[in-house]
Ligand binder design. Sequence first.
Ligand code: NDP
Ligand code: 8X3
Length: 264
Amino acid sequence: MFKNAQQRLSGKQVLITGATAGIGKSSARIFAESGCDLILTGRRAARLEELKAELDQQHNVKIQTAVFDVSSREACEAFCSEYDLSKVDILLNNAGLSLGLEGVQEADIDDWEVMIDTNIKGLLYLTRHITPFMKDRNAGHVINIGSTAGHEAYAGGSVYSATKYAVRAITHAAKKDLHGTNVRVSLVSPGLTETEFSKVRFKWDEERASKVYQNTKALTPDDVAEIIWFTASRPEHVNIIDTIIYPTVQSSATMVYRDEGLES
Ligand code: NDP
Ligand code: 8X3
């Protein structure tokens, strides 16, 4: 059965935004292992080159990289005109971030702008460019990375949660927009996952970031990549619309079990 799923993916072209770290990087590895050609994007060129070198060495697949900022409409347009994206089979809209954990009364408005521009607009720019090709080919799959924060808002997470609620709304609407075609649209909504996410949220205050994962057992980016892979590798008539994944230690946005005896 696993072999069938792998065969379904072999030879597909997967575009992954935010492949320089965390969930995107793990996804690049798992899709390459299944024989997919990849277009990997992110802002950190050296990281992309390093990942490309690793995957080139291990797998017989074609890897392209593109360095740009998804929050910039101009940069997305330049990427879309420089690369042939007409044959992308799977668009993994993963690039995203959270900045700060302050309440609405004190949060930094610039942080809000960056989250909205990256998590919502960036995802929309690429989706708008690539879905017409998918519709024309009557095939393809858009997989958006949402969050449990897109199902439950928490104090300090107003705008981050709002962006992930938006990603959920866009996913459901896009599914309806493409109704009657074979284009699939899915959402994957992870909970606490140990990546660079908290370092970015706390502006590289590594001590504060590490506390988020202390004495508990968060999801790994590989755990999430496996769910993304599973979502992508179902037969064409199967469209998983949303998968919500908590680590076992988590029961809500703010309920995370911590045990002094547990190493992170
Ligand atoms: P990481 O910080 O480890 O990775 C984020 C990736 O997004 C990086 O590759 C980064 O690349 C890229 N990225 C961020 N901003 C931009 C931008 N403006 N332009 C291009 N690329 C960008 O975090 P995660 O792997 O955890 O995050 C991946 C997704 O998962 C995000 O959408 C996040 O919201 C979501 N998520 C994360 C959870 C968690 O607990 N970690 C839980 C639920 C959802 P670069 O900096 O090189 O540009
Ligand atoms: C990330 C999950 O709850 O840390 O999307 O914001 S949370």
